[in-house]
Ligand binder design. Structure first.
Ligand code: FPP
Length: 224
């Protein structure tokens, strides 16, 4: 059976779900947050150690201001209300991406990371203002500044995921088959599962089905 330490998810389809069911894209994001909570619980139940969630990409700044503000308010409320609970559950919160949000949100993010830094049941990597190409170029710049020898092992040290094993599974919901600038280096050998369901409709059963399927796959890593 394949070991499974890290699941990465592109939570796509909130907007479409919201428009279809509530006539509002933002309501879709709100519903998407419930799915986030369900999937966190199931990840712990499955004893998976890392969960990386793509919550906001560097490209998402192109959305209407009203939607961007709503998303960050949702995150702010989530952290304000649930941080204690996450901490009690021994969950570590780690942000990947560039923290250049409002003063209030930046502070909350730093605080959440600090408070949960020693927790060890599950590490949630929340990708916020994250873009993989930016991460890679930034890593190369730093490598160059340090005059470090260019090889894979050294390169990994400059990524924001330096202490995290690469994801074995990538799930993208929302019936779209692309990577959208997410973990391009780290996903080199991931098994990719494209789900037709929109993120708010995705549930524990769907997640368990993917994990089961993953465990039965013969992973060759180039061998035969
Ligand atoms: C993509 O769906 C989803 C996002 C850009 C935001 C993801 C946010 C959440 C799941 C809720 C908030 C999460 C946290 C952790 C606070 P889309 O809007 O691109 O959907 P569409 O393709 O139907 O337009």
């Amino acid at each position: 059976m394949n070991p499974l330490n890290h699941v990465a998810i592109i939570m796509d389809g909130n907007g479409r779900w919201g428009l279809k069911h509530r006539n509002s894209r933002n309501e879709g994001h709100k519903a998407g947050l419930h799915t986030v909570e369900k999937i966190i619980k199931e990840t712990i139940r499955q004893k998976i150690k890392y969960l990386t969630l793509y919550a906001f990409s560097t490209e998402n700044w192109k959305r209407p201001k009203i939607e961007i503000n709503y998303l960050f308010k949702l995150l702010e409320n989530f952290l304000s209300n649930k941080l204690e609970d996450l901490h009690k559950k021994n969950i570590k919160l780690n942000i990947i991406g560039v923290k250049n949000f409002s003063k209030k949100l930046n502070k909350l993010l730093y605080l959440s990371e600090k408070k949960t830094s020693k927790n060890e049941i599950l590490q949630i990597n929340l990708a916020l203002n994250y873009g993989s190409k930016f991460e890679i170029v930034n890593a190369l710049k730093k490598m160059n500044q340090n005059n470090d020898t260019i090889n894979e092992k050294n390169f990994k040290k400059y990524l924001q995921t330096k202490d995290i094993p690469d994801p074995e599974i990538l799930i993208r919901t929302g019936n779209t088959k692309r990577l959208s600038n997410f973990l391009l280096w780290q996903l080199a050998y991931a098994e990719i599962f494209f789900e037709k369901k929109l993120w708010p409709d995705f549930n524990e059963k769907d997640y368990i089905k993917i994990i089961k399927k993953f465990k039965s796959i013969k992973r060759n890593f180039g061998k035969i």
